[in-house]
Design a protein around this ligand. Structure first.
Ligand code: NAI
Length: 781
């Protein structure tokens, strides 16, 4: 098109970005890459090709890491870690800052290389991916600077294995590497096999920044290399972003290994448009929600829910807008939609759409280049909420939709998914939008905006979207652990005896479910004996049916989560007061049960613990993150939901209280498996609960064998998190079973906790008892 013609038609002309510099960099590297290990590139070896998905051209050849390569990378990271940590926050901050500066200096090169490797439009790589990656390094240089003063009790985890996907190759690298380095960890990172080039360019700038060798190591290859990292004995933490299926496999593979784990997985995020929304803005928002990065975004607004009164009008506007989207050469600055990442992804999207003909399809009438992995923007309306395309992640430029009649129905549809990453709400009515936000079961809510991200605001989901947050203060928890070392837990066996009861009254303690004392389903109990063999009573043996009843009761008590912190504090104070009244009786009971003389001290500590969490109930507040857009992100602390806990065997009263109190203070409902050898302190405690106004179902107490309860608790789809402070063996069982619906777990891996001290309470418990939901709201100018 000539310039006069452009003036005549006002059509967009081509505005190609040059590939020359990026190609020259590849040539400079010899077009063949090894891995980046211990501060140097290794000799290239056999592997695979990096291809440009827009035209199929080979960009470079890459090496497939072997077990030896992974071992060498882990070894280098291990060697480098102590020194890197000892450098101190400000020392590390200087390097991280230098990386940020270099990312900025080479921004155009990074953007162009990313586009050639991934197929995303240059506008996005240039204006979103690369600036956000820089921002992440700047932000975390600051976190390193502040670590010593603001997180005095935290230390690095050690060596982190990081596995990232292909949709935001450099940005995901930044999300993983920056916080890890800031907190004093070293890393072994594996980029996705389709998109390794910007990670290798990043290795180059690590050299330019003079980063100490071994702090960042990058190995390339496919899922098999990912598996080697996951399985490696000398890695302390795995951080993964990618598909839910692989996330589930990693959860199962790391079960019981003691490795820390964070998973950022898929989504099917609802995009809710109310009838009072600014419809034109909402249409424009959808361009960013589902056609951004060709829909290959874990938090893409891929499930459109439209208020019935405006549905026809909204769909009409949307179809018109779709017809204006420009597909084409990703390096062209005037295109909106580029190519999918690889022919494999194009095939998977096409197959999924072809295999599911439900609904009415609208394919945008736009020019689609014949060569390259292009897929036309598509809208499918009139779907049923249960249809495959409404439930499964398509990960392509395909929007699916249905309508709703009332706000309640919108919430119900929005939550009708196994995922829980993000949600978008469009309404001009602030009351409505802020009424809906807390009801959405997601880690992120955007109001009148979408796909907003910033280093200051934690990113991450709930349910099968994974666990853990990246970014913000909350993201640092994933890369730190408490200072000090724990000693191994001593396993405690129940006392045996054949002593006769001390009186003739039947003393079989029941279970406590739904606010009532309940006989165990199996009808079995066991004798509980003192150290010298005297029969103290019988404890019921709960089975999986009792557990199911307890979960049902906990669910029915969901009103507890909507109560105020003030009310929950009052009830915790009341429990404490009622325990104080029975101090002597509990002290005696504990002495008899455990054969120690520390009963009175334990009751004192339990009372104090209740007071502590009563104090916290209305003070563990969220934050407001300042983000560099017209808005703020409200980081709200929400209850996790239903928490199952295997309570410690030792400290039978204090351990139970230490699990119960933080959980219910934060609005959760709990199922507590009491100390296995010493269950009768828990069953006595039921009487305290019964006189303390705790609503039925908020606290449920089971006794019996932990081994019978741990697995079904972790497997149960309606339990949102499981904690275990019991015997070591339960940790592995719980982590493995939790892979089913990817619930959060917090287990001891056989390490002891000192329940009598501050080790047994505080922020770690409050963090485990809450989810952070970041709600982005328009604010200011
Ligand atoms: P993937 O989950 O297989 O790949 C992500 C990363 O994990 C890559 O680096 C890959 O090499 C690695 N990996 C693969 N198998 C592994 C294993 N067994 N152990 C350790 N690491 C392993 O994603 P894939 O197959 O490339 O894409 C398939 C689908 O996954 C997409 O269509 C999309 O639905 C979803 N996906 C979601 C992402 C998200 O950000 N939520 C990102 C990428 C993909």
């Amino acid at each position: 098109m000539t310039i006069p013609e452009i003036f005549e038609t006002m059509e967009y002309g081509a505005a190609p970005e040059s590939a020359a510099e990026a190609l020259a960099w590849l040539v400079d590297q010899g077009d063949r890459f090894g891995h980046f290990i211990d501060g140097a590139f290794t000799t290239p070896s056999d592997g695979f090709e990096a291809k440009n998905p827009a035209n199929g051209n080979v960009l470079a050849s890459l090496s497939q890491a072997t077990q030896n390569d992974v071992d060498a990378a882990v070894k280098a990271a291990r060697r480098a870690q102590p020194k890197w940590e000892k450098l101190g926050g400000p020392g590390r901050a200087r390097y991280i800052y230098a990386l940020a500066r270099l990312l900025q200096k080479h921004a155009r090169l990074f953007a162009v290389l990313e586009v050639m490797d991934n197929g995303k439009p240059i506008r996005e790589a240039r204006d979103i991916d690369v600036p956000l990656a820089q921002r992440h390094f700047y932000y975390h240089a600051g976190m390193a600077q502040l670590m010593d003063s603001e997180l005095p009790d935290a230390q690095a985890i050690g060596v982190c294995g990081q596995i990232i996907p292909w949709n935001f190759p450099l940005l995901m690298l930044a999300w993983k590497v920056a916080p890890a380095l800031a907190m004093g960890n070293t890393v072994v990172l594996k980029p996705a096999e389709y998109t390794s080039l910007t990670a290798l360019l990043f290795a180059d700038i690590c050299l330019q920044a003079g980063l100490p060798k071994g702090v960042v190591n990058i190995v390339t290859g496919d899922g098999a290399v990912g598996e080697m990292i996951v399985a490696h004995d000398d890695i302390d933490k795995i951080a993964f972003t990618g598909s839910t299926d692989v996330g589930r496999r990693i959860r199962a593979a790391t079960a019981g290994s003691g490795k820390a784990l964070t998973l950022e997985l898929g989504g099917k995020s609802p995009y809710i448009v109310f009838d009072d929304a600014d419809l034109d803005s909402a249409v424009e928002g959808l361009v960013d929600a589902i056609w951004f990065n060709q829909g290959q975004v874990c938090c893409a607004g891929s499930r459109l829910l439209v208020h019935e009164p405006v549905a026809d009008l909204f769909y009409a506007k949307l179809r018109t807008r779709m017809g204006k989207l420009r597909l084409g050469d990703p390096l062209d600055k005037s295109i909106d939609v580029g190519t999918l990442v690889d022919p494999v992804q194009l095939q998977s999207v096409s197959e999924m759409i072809n295999a599911n003909p439900a609904g009415e399809r609208f394919v945008a009438d736009v020019d689609v280049p014949e060569a390259g992995c292009f897929y036309p923007p598509t809208l499918i309306t009139g779907l049923h909420p249960a249809d495959t395309l409404m439930q499964e992640e398509i990960f392509g430029p395909v929007l699916v939709s249905t309508t709703f009649r009332t706000p309640e129905e919108a919430v119900q549809l929005a939550n009708n998914t196994r995922y829980g990453l993000a949600a978008t709400v469009w309404s001009e009515n602030v009351n409505l939008a802020l009424d809906i936000a807390p009801k959405l079961r997601t880690g992120i809510v955007w109001i009148n905006g979408t796909n907003l991200m910033d280093a200051a605001a934690g990113f991450g989901g709930v349910r099968e979207s994974g666990f853990g947050r990246e970014g913000g203060w909350e993201g640092l928890a994933a890369y730190t652990r408490p200072k000090g070392t724990r000693r191994p837990l001593k396993e405690i066996a129940a006392f045996e005896g054949d002593g006769a009861p001390q009186d003739t009254v039947d003393r079989t303690a029941k279970l406590y479910i739904a606010g009532k004392q309940a006989r165990p389903d199996g009808g079995y109990s066991r004798g509980v004996y003192s150290k010298n063999g005297a029969l103290l009573g019988h404890a019921s043996l709960a089975n999986r049916k009792d557990l199911r009843n307890a979960v049902e009761a906990a669910h029915a008590a969901k009103g507890w989560s909507a109560t105020t912190g003030h009310l929950r504090a009052q009830i915790l104070y009341f429990i404490a007061e009622n325990l104080v009244v029975r101090h002597a009786e509990f002290a005696d009971r504990l002495n008899n049960l455990t054969g120690s003389r520390s009963g009175a001290k334990e009751v004192d500590a339990a009372v104090q613990r209740l007071f502590t969490y009563a104090a916290w109930a209305d003070k563990y507040d969220g934050q407001v993150h300042g983000v560099p857009i017209r808005g703020v992100a409200l980081a709200m602390k929400e209850p996790v939901g239903v928490i199952g806990a295997i309570c410690p065997d030792e400290a039978p009263l204090l351990g139970l209280v230490s699990c119960m109190a933080p959980a219910i203070a934060m609005g959760n409902r709990v199922i507590l498996a009491a100390s296995e050898p010493f269950p009768l302190a828990a069953t006595d405690f039921v009487q305290v609960l019964e006189t303390s106004d705790v609503p039925a179902g908020v606290v449920n107490i089971l006794t019996g064998a932990h081994a019978d309860l741990a697995e079904p608790m972790a497997r149960h789809l309606d339990v949102d998190a499981v904690w275990s402070f019991g015997a070591a063996a339960h940790s592995a069982v719980i982590e493995k079973a939790a892979a089913g619906n990817l619930k959060r777990t917090w287990v001891n891996h056989g390490m002891a906790r000192d329940w009598m001290t501050s080790d047994g309470e505080g922020r770690a418990f409050l963090e485990a008892a809450t989810e952070v939901k970041n709600i982005w709201v328009p604010y200011g100018e």
